[in-house]
Ligand binder design. Sequence first.
Ligand code: ADP
Ligand code: MG
Ligand code: MG
Length: 885
Amino acid sequence: MSKYVYLFNEGKADMKSLLGGKGANLAEMTNIGLPVPPGMTITTDTCREYYKADRKLPEGMKEQVRNNLTQIEAATGKKFGDAANPLLVSVRSGAVFSMPGMMDTILNLGLNEATAKGLAENTNNLRFAYDAYRRFIQMFSDVVLEIPKHSFEHLLADQKEAQGVTFDQDLTAESLRVVIDNYKALVLKESGHPFPEDPMEQLFMAVEAVFRSWNNDRAIIYRNLNKIDHDLGTAVNIQSMVFGNMGNDCGTGVAFTRNPSTGEKKLYGEYLTNAQGEDVVAGIRTPQPIAKLQAEMPEIFDQFVKTAEKLENHYRNMQDIEFTVEKGKLYMLQTRNGKRTAQAAIKVAHDMVQEGLISKTEALLMVEPGQLDQLLHRQIDSSAKLNVLATGLPASPGAASGSVVFDADDAERLGKAGQKVMLVRMETTPDDIHGIIVAQGILTSRGGMTSHAAVVARGMGKPCVCGCEALKVDYNNKQFTVGNVVIKEGDHISIDGATGRVILGDVPMKDPELSAEYLAVLDWADEFKRLDVRANADTPEDALKAREFGATGIGLTRTEHMFMAQDRLPFVQQMILAETLEERQQALSHLLPMQESDFYGILKAMEGYPVCIRLLDPPLHEFLPSQEELLVETTVLKTRGDNAELLAQKEELLKQVRKLHEFNPMLGHRGCRLGITYPEVYEMQMRAIFNAAARLTKEGFKVLPEVEIPLTISKAEMSFFKVRIDRIAKEVMSEFGVNFHYTSGTMIELPRAALLADELAEDAEFFSFGTNDLTQTCLGFSRDDAEGKFLPHYLESKILKENPFVVLDRQGVGKLMEIAVAGGRKTRPNIVTGICGEHGGEPSSVEFCHQIGLDFVSCSPYRVPIARLAAAQAAVSNGENLGTR
Ligand code: ADP
Ligand code: MG
Ligand code: MG
C-alpha cells in the first residue's frame, strides 16, 4: 500500500513536493533536534488522489493516521480522545509553495465535553479549557462546516456586552460556558447536525476540509496570481498542541531572523503574551515587539535567539519562524525562507556572502530578478513639504498616492477603470486580495508587520502602511478620521511604506538611490553572466540612464519617436506629402541635421559601446492627422466658406490620408518596405548616423554604430540596403577624412526572415529578434486585439500557459529564433545575435536567450538590472561558472 503519512521524524527539508513546505520543514527541525511538538504529515499525493477519486480519502490512509497517532501519544504521554489525559492536535494545511493565509488552521482539535473537562482538571484551569473549546468550535465550524465566522463573533460579542467586558480574556469560565452552548446551538441550527463529539470523526473531517480548501476561491486567485500549478495539491499536518494561552508564562510569536523590510541583521518579530496561534497574525490585538520577550522571559529569549541562528545557518537563508511558549518552555512550530522586500533581499544576499555563510552564486540565486523593480520605484521627494496625517508601521516600502476606497470590490471596480486607488481597511483578509492587486498601496489601522496586508503587499512589491492606530476607519460612512481630519472616499492620500507615513493629498516623487549592496550584487551578476545586457533607448537621456543601470550598449533606438517631435512633424509631413522626388529631398534636407544631432547625442552617451539604430519602421499615416479629424475640419471650413485656401490644403491632406489608409497597418506599408519605395528616406537616416559617427570620431570618441533594417523577409531586401549603407559610409568617411567601425544587420521579426536567416546573413552582420512582432506574426495574433479580447480566455482555460507578449513563447517563437540563430551562424559563424523585444527584460525569456546562445538582450533602461541578474542566474543555474563554492 502507498505511504500516505509520514511522522515528522521520517521527513526531510528536501521532501517539500511530497510533504509541503510546512511539513518538510517541521520534519527537518525535528531531525536537527529542535523542540517541535510531535506530529505527522499527510502527503500532497494523497490530496491529488483525493481529487482523482472524486473527493474520497484513499483506502488505508485513515489507518496510517491512527497508527501514527499511537506513536505521538506515546511521545507526549497523552491520548487522543481520552477524557482523563486528552491529546489535542492542530490540523494545518501546507502546500509546496507557501500561500499565506490562504487556508485556515484548526487548533485544539480533539475537544468535546468529556475531554474539555479532562483538560480543565489536568491544567487546573477551567477557564483555559473552555476558552480552547470555544475557539475550536469556532474554527472548526468556519473551516470544516463552512458556517460563517461572523455568526460566532456576534455570539461572543453579545456575551462580552452582557458581562460588561471589552476583551475576550476578561470573560469568565461561566461566561465561556454560555458561549460554548450558544455556539453549539448555532451549529445545530445552521448545519442540521450537532457539533461532532467524536475526536476521530473531527480529525478526518478536518483533513478533508484541508484538501477541499485547496480549491477554494481565494486559493485559486492566489495561485493564478503567483503562477502556481493548480494540480500540486496540499499536504496536511497533524501536530500535537502546545498552548501559549495558559497564563502569563505563556505566549506565541513570529520572528524573522533579519528585518524583512530592510534586511538588517537583527532578529525581528512580534510576540503576544498569553495568546494562542492566530492571535498574532490576525491583527486583533496589536502585538508587541520581540524585545518584550527578552524583558519578560530572558532565558526563553536567549534560547530562541540561538535557535533562530541555528536555523539560519542550517538553511543558509533568512528564516521566518513561528513559535509558542507553554509554561516557560519554548516550542518551534514553523520555519521557512522569509519573504522579503527587494531591498532586504539584496542586503541579506550581500551580507551573507560577507559573513561567509553563502557563496556569490548562492547570493545571486537568492534575489528574485523581478523584485528589483521595487528598488527602482519612486519615492517621496524629500524636499517636498508634506502634510503628514499619521504614522503607522512601515510594512512594505515604496511610495504611492491614490484616491481612498474602503472596500476591495470598489477598489477592483475603480482600479480596473483606470483610477489610482488606495485601499484603506481596518485590516485585510484573503478575501480582499482582488482589491489589493489593483490598489496603488494598502493602508490598515490594525495589525502588525506580519499581518495579512503586510505580507501580501511585500510579496507584490506594493507600498503598505499598517497598524496605523491613529486612523479611525468607519466603513458605514465610507470615511476615516485622524483627530479631527475627516478623509472621505475619493479623497487623495499618499503613503510611504518605507517610513509608515500617511500623507494628505498627492505628493511629489523622485527617483530612488541605489545602495552599495545593490551595486555589489549586480557587479557579481556581471561577473557570472554571459549575455550582454543592452537597453532600448531613443534619447541621450535614456542612454545615460541605461548606462547608470549597467547597460553596455543600446539594442534598439527607434527613429520614429524623433519624427514625432513638434518642430519636426511639419517636415515629416512635407516629406510624406511630397509629389516629386525633389520636394521630398527638400523636406529631408531639413530633417537630416535634426536626426544627425539625435544620433550624435546617443552615440556620445554610449561612448565605447555598440548602438543599434533602426531605420524608420511605422507606416507613414501615423505621422499625419487622423481621417476623422480632417473630415470634421473640412466640413466646418466648407460650411463657413471663408477660407478657401485652407480648405483646399486640408482637402489635399485628406486625400493623402485616404490614400495612405491601410486595412491592416501591422502588415502593411511599413518597415523596410518604406525604404524600398522611398530609398531617399532611409538614405537620409544612414547619412545622419554616419555624419554623427564621423564628427564624434573626429572629436576623439570611440563610436560603434549598428545600422538596422526592420521587417526584412529576404536577402534581396537586405542587399538593396547593404549597398547603400556601405556607399554612404564610404562617402562620409572620405568627406570627414576619418575611419570608424560600423556594422549593418536586420531585425528578425517575421517568420520568413527566421526561416531564411542563412541567406540574410550573407549581408547582415547581426540579427536582433524583434519578438513583439515575431510573436504577433508567428502566432497570428494582433496584440491589441488578442489582449483585449480572447487572450484572457486562452489563459484562463490554460490553452496558453502565459501571455506570449510577456513571457516568450519558447515552443513557437523560440523555435523560430533557434532556426534563425543556426541559419545565421551557418553563413556567418561570428554573427552577433540579440533580442530587443520587451521579452528582453523578462527573466524567463532572458534565460531562454541564454540557453540558445544569443549575444545580448536589450530592454527598457529600468529593466536592465533585472536582465543582468536574470542573465547571471541563467548562467549560474545552467551549471556554468559554479567555481566559487
Ligand atoms: P498559517 O499557514 O496560516 O501560518 P499555521 O498552520 O502555521 O497557519 O497555524 C496558524 C497558527 O497556529 C500559527 O500561529 C501556529 O503557530 C499556530 N499553531 C499551529 N499548530 C499549532 C500547535 N500544534 N500548537 C500550537 N500552536 C499551533
Ligand atoms: Mg504559519
Ligand atoms: Mg517590429
